[in-house]
Design a binder for this molecule. Structure first.
Ligand SMILES: *Cc1c(COP(=O)(O)O)cnc(C)c1O
Length: 467
């Protein structure tokens, strides 16, 4: 078994996989049944007998990639997962090989240094000064990052909670459009979903800052204590940004922690043109920012960032004497600040994505994808029987064809079976929509035209079922 030769085989297979996907050669998605696939891949025999090298590896990779969803295909418009920049995947290989579990500095000085640099770069984009220790940490995904930020916020309003448990009058204030990981945090903290309090919104589901102050005052009167107000920037379904500056003003007035869930949308901070969408973000107390969405980074890499670095130390208070001891050391341990104990060098993936072409290249891609969404929305709106939910603020477009919610689901099912387009669906504004997350820089207006034509054909074929 030669690492060099097998790695070369894998890279060759990946290059061809991406090139064919890019050329729209073959489907974007194909879903063989799990049992059939397990047999074709010969998984049980390989586990028992080994031999995944040379020609066997070559054959295995061909079968594996044939049943892999092709994010590099221009018809990939379904989810907010990045089409990774190839260099980010190189970082994933380096990380996998070195396996430096860098939550303690001695297990990965280079990895920890890179993480701190990525965190500091993000802090500066928000408008916060880097510090030592840094005001942030990387986690395996935005959901964990949201949990971490809200634990830090809880530590502020209820410092005894780590010892005594979460007081039952704590609540989390947010909009119904916030990501489900926020509601999950209430469940994980033992507060239950009843602790999620939906503040008033405008007709598009954005938090309404004019009515937020009154809402917070009423909560206080009722005896509830907010852990935080969670603003979304931007919302997962429609891609709209909550108005951060005015929300921050209401939070300041009532002394409530403002958490900004920017998992998808914080990347707009990189663009001089688009960063106005996050105007006021520096007034927040904490921010979550995923690199594996709009920064072209291989999964997973998310950041939890705080204005005051000391706040992060309130998130977890635990002792593991073999790991957490005062030591004279040249670097910094991050293990006090994460759910994870063993942690991958995830900062390396974000760093490779950024450093491949520099931040201006990333900014140009984000601007291009946003412009494409605006153009796609205008084009879709021109079709008399298509309806677009909102003017896009980011690379997300929600559209529906005249008809029931079940029609939208049937359209998506048929698109997915055909395999040339892969879109998602979402519920927003009381109805079901087809949702396009335009993540792929190879997607062009011609693909939107082709999607419209395909939807029309399927619509006609579904006429008997949906008159
Ligand atoms: C994607 C997303 C999340 C979840 O992040 P993961 O990295 O998938 O765990 C949270 N909030 C928002 C607004 C998101 O778009």
């Amino acid at each position: 078994m030669s690492f060099r030769e097998d790695a070369a085989t894998a890279i060759e297979a990946l290059v061809e996989f991406a090139a064919r996907a890019h050329e729209r050669d073959g489907p974007v998605i194909r879903q063989p049944a799990l049992g059939d696939l397990a047999q074709r891949l010969d998984l049980e025999r390989l586990i028992a007998e080994g031999g995944l090298t040379g020609d066997t590896l070559h054959t295995f990779l061909a079968d594996y990639l044939a049943a892999s969803t092709r994010l590099q295909h221009p018809g990939y418009m379904a989810h907010q997962v990045a089409v990774p920049l190839p260099h980010s995947a190189i970082a994933a290989l380096i990380d996998g090989f070195t396996n430096n579990a860098m939550a303690i500095y001695e297990m990965g000085p280079a990895a920890a240094t890179v993480e701190v640099a990525v965190v500091n770069w993000m802090l500066r984009k928000i408008g916060w000064a880097p510090s030592r220790p840094p005001g942030g940490v990387l986690t395996h995904g935005g959901s964990l990052a949201n949990l971490t930020a809200l634990l830090a916020a809880r530590g502020k309003v209820a410092p005894q909670a780590w010892e005594d448990g979460t007081p039952s009058n704590l609540v989390i204030v947010t909009s119904p459009a916030s990501h489900y990981s926020i509601a999950r945090t209430a469940g994980i903290m033992g507060l239950g979903q009843k602790a999620i309090r939906h503040a008033p919104t405008d007709s598009f589901g954005r938090l309404d800052p004019a009515r937020l102050g009154g809402f917070l005052a009423d909560l206080k009167t009722s005896g509830a204590v907010p852990i935080a107000v969670v603003a979304t920037a931007c919302a997962t379904a429609l891609g709209l940004y909550d108005p951060l500056r005015d929300i921050a003003a209401a939070c300041r007035e009532h002394g409530v922690w403002l958490h900004v869930d920017g998992a998808h949308g914080a990347s707009a901070l990189v663009s001089p043109r688009l960063r106005r969408l996050l105007d006021g973000i520096a007034l927040a107390d904490s921010v979550v920012w995923d690199a594996h969405k709009m920064l072209g980074t291989s999964t997973l890499c998310a950041a939890v960032l705080v204005r005051d670095h000391a706040d992060l130390d309130h998130a977890f208070r635990e002792e593991a004497s073999y790991l957490f001891h005062d030591k004279d050391q040249p670097g910094i341990d991050l293990i006090h600040r994460t759910v994870e104990c063993t942690k991958a060098a995830i900062g390396l993936k974000a760093f490779f994505a950024l450093a491949a072409g520099g931040e201006r290249t990333i900014a140009a891609t984000i601007e291009r994808q946003t412009d494409l969404a605006v153009a796609a929305a205008a084009r879709l709106r021109a079709e008399p029987d298509f309806e677009v939910a909102v003017e896009p603020e980011t690379n997300i477009v929600c559209v529906r064809l005249d008809g029931r919610d079940a029609l939208q689901m049937a359209l998506r099912r048929r698109l997915t079976e055909d395999g040339d387009f892969y879109v998602s669906t979402t519920e927003a504004l009381g109805r079901r929509w087809l949702r396009l997350a335009l993540m792929n820089p190879a997607t062009e207006m011609a693909d939107i035209e082709a999607l419209i034509a395909r939807l029309r054909t399927i619509r006609a074929e579904l006429r008997s079922e949906f008159p």
